[in-house]
Design a protein around this ligand. Structure first.
Ligand code: FE
Length: 191
């Protein structure tokens, strides 16, 4: 059983160390995470999906490629790094939307012709590195996966979480959702 207090301390330490790093031209990693979590909460999501939204880019704060790797032509695979870290602490309802949030962008660009227009410059740049929009077949396969709809919802919040000077709750305000997600994680993957 994962100890929720330890997980909360680990997450607070990661945000303390890397949360002020730039996510984009206008928001930090912390601001982006909080804006995503806020949208998830406003949408009435359960604790697992709010936690997934909050932590979906934790891989950006864990990898060793330095700031904005996509600008230098590097795909940091942050979705896999983040999901791998989370899978030792949370159930699939948290980890899978995180693992799938990059593919969800590739999916949305394939099935919604206007979606590409909503992407930030950085997301357009990384889309190339990540394989571009899905083919029809890839999109059909993606759609049938468990957690695909959660991943798509998370992706839309991701796009919406890049607003300069937005007011959000603080990280501390989401600790209850994180704790609830860890505690409910009886099916945490053994590692
Ligand atoms: Fe993001």
């Amino acid at each position: 059983m994962t100890d929720p207090t330890t997980v909360l301390e680990e997450i607070e330490a990661i945000f303390a160390a890397h949360g002020d790093a730039r996510y984009s031209e206008v928001v930090t990693q912390r601001q982006h995470a909080l804006q995503c979590a806020q949208q998830a909460e406003t949408a009435g999501s359960d604790s697992a999906l709010v936690t997934a939204a909050l932590l979906h880019d934790i891989g950006h704060m864990l990898h060793k490629h330095g700031p904005e790797p996509a600008a230098r032509g590097i795909d940091d695979r942050h979705e896999d790094i983040g999901a791998g870290w989370l899978a030792k602490r949370f159930p699939p309802s948290v980890t899978e939307p995180v693992r799938m949030h990059v593919d969800a962008k590739r999916y949305l660009c394939a099935v919604e012709p206007d979606y590409f227009e909503t992407l930030s410059l950085a997301s357009v740049r990384s889309l190339e590195l990540q394989g571009g929009p899905m083919s029809r077949h890839e999109a059909a396969v993606f759609e049938a996966l468990p957690y695909a709809s959660d991943a798509v919802a998370l992706r839309r919040w991701d796009e919406g979480g890049k607003v300069a000077d937005a007011r959000t709750p603080a990280l501390e305000d989401y600790l209850g959702h994180i704790r609830a997600s860890v505690v409910s994680g009886s099916d945490v993957a053994p590692h």
